[in-house]
Write a protein that binds this ligand. Sequence first.
Ligand code: DCB
Length: 341
Amino acid sequence: MKKSFVFVLAAFLVFTSCTAKNKDTHLAVDKNGKTVVERYGNLQILKNTLCDQNGNPVQLRGMSSHGLQWYGKYANNNVIRWLREDWNCQIFRTALYLGEGGFINNGSLKFLVFESIESCIKNGMYVLVDWHVLSDKDPMLYKNRAVEFFSEIAEKYGSYPNIIYEICNEPNGRNVTWDNNIKPYAEEVIATIRKYDPDNIIIVGTPNWSQDVDVAAKNPITEQKNIMYTLHFYAGSHGDKLRRKASKALKAGIPLFVTEWGTTKDSGDGGVFEKETLEWMEFLQKNNISWVNWSINNKGEDSGILKYNADKSGDGNWNEDDLSPSGIFVRKILRNEIDIK
Ligand code: DCB
């Protein structure tokens, strides 16, 4: 009788302290006014998990821009500050497309990347610098541009703990393989970054739109430290099957980062899948996998967090009337208003 009472009490205490711990670790700014970067400092990988400077596992959560060539007006300090204050975002992703009118034909887009990085530094947030391989499929295609771009970023900002490099968004196409294309590309870009920045986290895309993490796990990058691997999902298209691949990769020992996910189908549209999203949220929280939601735009697609034509100038300061159903839902998750088990 007594024994079982002690057991129940102990279980209760462990349960409540875990819950409290999770909520606190998810704060963009804690009760003492400390930003997430002030608390966590230089991130590092221990075993297969992202950890803070003291070696405690952490899960970062935040929002992604849409393509900077289209919605770069949201990659500014008004919006980034609002995401921290109102959305409780700890991380912001700046999506530099290469094709579709992106960086390859419009080099000036890098100034928007600089602006977002500097806002994140000012606001004490982490920033994911995303080399958004997509229509161009094979990262090898613009490898020289990537080497040049990441040298500049690493030299300029590599001394800040805020920076996380995402060197290859979503390689895709049957001929674009981990062994022959992605890994060799990654090794070269990583070596370049490491000339200027010895330790910030670098995340490498995986085959098949960053879904085949199990393939990367069979032949990981071993020469360098603080390397992670990209896992992407869209809740309306991907479920248990992709989570099984992720578990397999984690078991094999590689750390994963969900640098992009959507509440919708993998087209970025097709409805909001709340129940399926919550299944993913539980999986990610259990495994300490950080995530960034796609995306900040007002074009009227379901994965966009703003309503069609809301906030035309990039002011931030959104009220619920400005937000799409996905925006309302994701904001609640970020603000810890929905309990993730
Ligand atoms: C990824 C891309 C991202 C894309 C979203 C949703 O693509 F990383 O750039 O965003 O997932 O599809 C969409 C925007 C649209 C835009 C379009 C093209 O939301 O507004 O018009 O990009 O720039 C994925 C992800 C998964 C898969 C396919 C794609 N998949 N894809 O599993 O087949 O083809 O873009």
